[in-house]
Write a protein that binds this ligand. Structure first.
Ligand SMILES: Cc1c2[nH]c(c1CCC(=O)O)Cc1[nH]c(c(CCC(=O)O)c1C)Cc1[nH]c(c(CCC(=O)O)c1C)Cc1[nH]c(c(C)c1CCC(=O)O)C2
Length: 383
């Protein structure tokens, strides 16, 4: 349960009384409203490319940072402070793998290697090792530390920008739980899909229930919008996306909307632009986040035509989609390619972002060029 009493060391876990929001550009754009310029934020905007983040990580293990509200708040605030006035949203510092941890699996973050599960799920019998929502497992108590981080961060933001919550989507989480880490072929996770299909669906269903409850809990704790990361969507064929990903995405969106119809929901299904029409027509997401493998003007046309004739769909906002490796280019190139991208979104309500996350070797000043260019270009476009 979230305590309503501010603690002595400056943390504030009161989720009933938040500061007034001063910059609502992101929320308005996500709801399909016209804005005076496009809002902008970046996936992985808190991370190792920032020296101030690396300084924290020297002293604290990755999941320790996630589990300590004061540290999670500090790290979430770092890019907001550094790019003062340039970022239009903060995303809570956490990881998609906190859900497999809550479900009972051990996850370590190995420096230079990424996430590692010492005992991944190997056969259908291993499902017994997972916590069961029907047998006393409480998402809210297991993940209360994320809620506390959200509540505390929302106070620390003091209304500067809205705070986004997030979670991994079922197929992506299942892939980590079965592979035990990243993978080139996804052969283990796909063996589950095609050899143990019934168990795979059971697992996807159980993850969906946890993720749906977790997202609702994040809004109760103070998240003002949510993003779901289906980072491995592109590993599935369109047919298998339709069977093993889309129905679960739709179920999670419907559940969150039934609790909070006005909280904007974003789906980032990386590599799955083949499914744009289905995401528009078969799910309740407000924002579709694009990677860089589709041109913005093509996505705008496809989404508009998929939405027309569907009376329950008043708007779809797009988010994206500059190739993050463009930030390795000279500032001049970053400027011209960012301008090109903004123009290609045209009049479609959009949230400027990269097509995937910031990388550890990015130069923080190059991100500044991207942010400034979005401000200048989209303000000029909308005058
Ligand atoms: C697949 C995935 C993960 N985590 C996440 C995804 C989905 C987005 C995507 O597709 O990239 C999501 C995530 N991970 C992190 C955030 C924080 C919020 C943000 O600033 O965007 C978010 C939204 C912090 C993090 N999560 C992680 C780091 C770096 C780890 C460190 O500090 O040592 C950060 C800042 C670790 C992580 N966590 C994960 C991986 C693959 C890694 C290793 C990556 C690497 O080594 O570059 C799983």
């Amino acid at each position: 349960m979230i305590s309503t009493i501010p603690s002595k060391d400056g943390e504030n876990f009161d989720n009933t009384n938040f500061p007034v929001l001063k910059n609502d550009l992101y929320l308005r754009a996500a709801r399909g409203e016209a804005t005076e310029r496009a809002p902008v934020w970046c996936m992985r905007q808190a991370g190792r490319y920032l020296p101030e983040f690396r300084a924290i990580r020297v002293e604290h293990d990755f999941f320790r940072v996630c589990r300590t509200p004061a540290l999670a708040t500090e790290v979430t605030m770092q890019p907001i402070r550094r790019y003062d006035g340039l970022l239009d949203a903060a995303i809570i510092f956490s990881d998609i793998l906190v859900v497999p941890q809550a479900m009972g699996l051990v996850v370590e973050m190995v420096p230079g290697k990424g996430p590692h599960f010492p005992e991944p799920l190997q056969t259908p019998d291993d499902m017994q090792r997972l916590q069961d929502l029907h047998k006393g497992f409480s998402v809210d108590s297991e993940l209360d530390y994320v809620y506390k981080a959200i509540t505390n961060t929302r106070h620390a933001l003091a209304g500067r920008v809205p705070l986004l919550g997030f979670a991994g989507a079922p197929w992506t989480l299942m892939a980590y739980m079965v592979e035990g880490g990243g993978s080139k072929t996804f052969s283990a996770a796909k063996t589950w899909l095609f050899k143990y299909s019934a168990t795979a669906h059971e697992l996807l269903g159980r993850i969906s229930a946890v993720v749906a409850a977790f997202l609702v809990g994040q809004v109760r704790a103070g998240a003002q919008a949510l993003q779901l990361f289906e980072s491995w969507a592109g590993e599935l064929s369109p047919r298998d996306f339709a069977e093993f990903s889309l129905p679960y995405l739709a179920r999670i969106a419907a559940h969150v909307k039934s609790h909070f119809p006005d909280v904007p929901l974003t789906i980032f299904a990386k590599g799955a632009h083949y499914a744009l029409e289905q995401l528009v027509q078969e799910t309740a997401f407000d924002v579709i986040s694009l990677d860089w493998t589709i041109e913005p003007d093509v996505a705008c046309k496809r989404v508009a035509s998929a939405a027309s004739g569907n009376t329950s769909r008043h708007f779809i906002t797009l988010q994206g989609n500059l190739d993050p490796t463009l930030l390795f280019a000279e500032p001049e190139t970053i400027r011209s390619r960012t301008t090109e991208m903004c123009r290609a979104f045209g009049d479609t309500p959009f949230v400027a972002n990269l097509g995937h996350g910031m990388m550890p070797t990015h130069d923080p000043e190059h991100l500044r060029v991207f942010l400034e260019t979005v401000h200048e270009t989209t303000r000029a476009m909308r005058m």
